[in-house]
Design a protein around this ligand. Sequence first.
Ligand SMILES: [Fe+2]
Length: 348
Amino acid sequence: MLAQIAEKASDPAGRKIHPREVERVFGALLASSEFWRVVALSRLPVETVAEIIKALIDVGLAVQENGALRLTPGGNARARARGIVPLIERTCPGCTGRGIDLRPYAELLDQFKELVQNRPNAILEYDQGYVTPETTVARLALLAAKGDLQDKELIILGDDDLVSIAAALSGLPRRVVVLEIDPRLTDFIQTLAGTHHLAIEVYRQDLRRRLPAELCRQFDTFLTDPPETIPALELFLTRGLAALKGPCCAGYFGLTYAESSLAEWLTIQQILAGKLKVVVTDIIHNFNEYVNWDYLLESVRKDLSFVQVSPRANWYFSSMYRIETLADYDQENRDRENLALYPGENLS
Ligand SMILES: [Fe+2]
């Protein structure tokens, strides 16, 4: 039965859906009636989950009422017969699954929240969506715990998460540099830095342009959260690596299940290991929690009413990757102006 559903649900990217993925969506539907929560629990791309649910509805194993999803008695019977149980995450309540104690950072978190109250909205033009203040501070706590922050030179490639503000507020890094394409954000960061005497160097930069020479080989740590396509990830990581001083330096970035299939995870890991020649030291599941953004429903398919439902809680998470450089790694730094990075761009 799962195999038939898998067959029937055609993945829009042309990828074959596995019966175990159908099983996972079944388990998620036993735990939640909300599409976005089901996506998060399934650990599958949004489009894949939508296709599987559509197939389940088509064969009468699931129904939707006013956007709420549930299994039919037939669907429940199949789930029981297959031994499928509700997917429950069992996240540690102490650290919300990040494995980092944020208590020493409580004051920093309060200050940061206060400062960024009037931050710019996330916009589609640059594929933005920023993380919760707790996530921003947790990133700093993580960098600090790994020895990548205190007295180190930090570069942030794209900063709608305002990590630069929290980093400078913490007083821990020796230098904080931000490269950001959106003038609303460069203005916001510069104004805050000026008002609160925070040492942040802000560059307005499209990362398709090579790094300015004065920023090459100057940093101990980079942090980035690129638009989630393979070319964008590779580009941002390449720029981050060009900024690092040499071996034993670290880089951090996020990767989701919601936007990237595991086949894409594999491609990224192959690029990291094979082309960029860096090692992955950590992958922390769902470390980054994103605040729901205004343009979500405009940017997803309109033909399924269970998809066109506003998420009740934050649902979009990314795993945090930490990479480290060894003696030999890729340090190229050339212009890539013809690369399409953002929604609607069509460069040749
Ligand atoms: Fe914990």
